[in-house]
Design a protein around this ligand. Structure first.
Ligand SMILES: [Zn+2]
Length: 213
């Protein structure tokens, strides 16, 4: 295990030679960039006005993020729009070894789902047994979304922190270019994590719709 750690440390050193402490042209690293991940899941709006056919066509519209597909069931539907926003202010220009350096001040990420809408077919009488079942079922789907957000928020923070530990500081020669590259890299990390989150969400939403549930 120790050997592996030593190897990782060496590879890290090679990959980021500009952060070697004895390099007089290196900026000091700024290792603990605060990363604030805000999971967002809007309170659902309940819609009892659509009929079964209308809900089916919403479910079949690929432009919507749909939790699952109730092919054999006359049930409700929960729709939402995914959100992924981030802000990476770069400031705190400082002088290190006589050099002008900049670092990422902090990172803010908002990830989640907005415009959450739960459709219950108007053919199902409000307050009936079936109606309560449909609502309870849709709430199970929403609970899965919330759980997944809760699990992914700290993982996303860790990934970004790990990246910024090594790459959050740079020479001030061309800060706009550096900021652009950094934004692209963070975007790639976030897209990657969001992709994982979507896949995990789909997997668990299918479990809610499996016959055993
Ligand atoms: Zn379902």
């Amino acid at each position: 295990m120790k050997k592996i750690l030593a190897l990782v440390a060496l590879l890290t050193f090679i990959a980021h030679p500009s952060f070697a402490q004895d390099n007089p042209y290196a900026c000091d690293s700024y290792t603990d960039v605060p990363v604030n991940i805000q999971p967002r899941f809007d309170d659902p709006v309940y819609d009892f006005s659509a009929n079964i056919a209308g809900i089916q066509s919403l479910a079949n519209d690929p432009s919507h993020a749909v939790h699952g597909n109730h092919k054999n069931l006359t049930l409700g539907l929960t729709l939402y729009q995914p959100i992924l926003e981030f802000h990476v202010p770069i400031k705190g220009v400082k002088f290190s070894n006589g050099l002008a350096c900049a670092h990422v001040d902090h990172v803010e990420v908002v990830i989640g789902y907005k415009d959450v809408r739960v459709y219950i077919p108007r053919e199902v009488p409000q307050g009936s047994c079936g109606f309560n079942e449909v609502i309870a079922h849709e709430q199970k789907h929403i609970e899965v979304n919330r759980q997944i957000l809760g699990e992914f928020a700290p993982r996303i923070a860790e990934r970004l922190q790990a990246y910024l530990k090594l790459n959050g500081t740079f020479r001030e020669e061309d800060p706009d270019y550096a900021a652009k590259i950094l934004n692209q890299k963070l975007q790639a990390i976030l897209d990657d994590m969001a992709g994982e989150m979507v896949a995990e969400n789909q997997r668990r939403q299918r479990l809610v719709d499996s016959p055993e549930e």
